[in-house]
Design a protein around this ligand. Structure first.
Ligand code: 13P
Length: 250
């Protein structure tokens, strides 16, 4: 049985006080949930958010990492720094890093492997553009992003990988994939894992959906057989709406 994950990617939003108040609100409202809850705040606030989340089951992750241990890499942040401030998880390959910041599949792979090698749990994000979907290329895009992203990742290491399917056309647009569209993509990804790893890896890997998840659509999306949770952007910035999504996750 795969434990459902509800993760909040705050992107470049919140300030110190807002982020800590958000976590305080989540702690107060979380109650008993069977979901694994993870927040991904901006770099400068990570330590404060880890401290704010103390005493709860909320985990903290980073939105990115760099592939070297330390040295002359101005502006970058290493896995050791992230772990030092209490981060357990990291996002790699988010569509905004791919499409706004020009990150290529090869770099996504290096980041995924660096995170795994250094003991972090890695959320590998994949998803097609609208023009790729319209050209019936969804599967080939997902195949390419998965093949590159997971190149050199062993079956054992897959225990620390989560996949997030985030169709780019659904991110921040209010255009959510229908539950059937999400399920179709997730089923493709699960079969991909079976083909390239094993039925055990396919069965155990959590595949999250991201793209305009809200309290009113979360339950139906997460209710799909191959949707194991949500990676939430905008609706994770308010405790009420994020708690509503967690409640919908069961
Ligand atoms: P929205 O929920 O704002 O569409 O963002 C999704 C996302 O990119 C999460 O990583």
């Amino acid at each position: 049985m795969r434990q459902v994950i509800v993760a909040g990617n705050w992107k470049m939003n919140t300030n110190k006080a807002e982020g800590e108040a958000l976590v305080a609100g989540l702690k107060a409202g979380l109650g008993e949930t069977s979901a694994e809850v993870i927040v991904f705040p901006p770099f400068p606030y990570l330590g404060g958010i880890v401290a704010a989340a103390e005493g709860s089951s909320i985990k903290t992750g980073s939105q990115d990492l760099y592939i070297e241990d330390n040295g002359a890499y101005t502006g970058e942040v290493s896995t050791e720094m992230l772990k030092d401030v209490g981060c357990s998880h990291v996002l790699v390959g988010h569509s905004e890093r791919r499409h706004v910041l020009g990150e290529c599949n090869k770099m996504v792979n290096k980041k995924a492997r660096k995170g795994l090698d250094d003991g972090m749990k890695v959320v590998l994000c994949v998803g097609e553009l609208i023009e790729e979907r319209q050209a019936w290329q969804m599967e080939s895009v997902l195949d390419e992003q998965m093949s590159w992203g997971l190149a050199g990742v062993s079956a054992d290491q897959m225990a620390d990988i989560m996949i997030a399917y985030e169709p780019v056309w659904a991110i921040g647009t209010g255009l959510t994939a229908t539950p059937a569209q999400a399920e179709e993509a997730h089923l493709y990804l699960r079969k991909w894992l079976e083909l390239h790893y094993s039925s055990e890896v396919a069965e155990n890997t959590r595949i999250l959906y991201g793209g305009s998840v809200k309290p009113d659509n979360a339950a139906e999306l997460i209710g799909q057989p191959n949707v194991d949770g949500a990676l939430v952007g905008g609706a994770s910035l308010k405790a009420d709406s994020f708690l509503g999504i967690i409640a919908g996750a069961g």
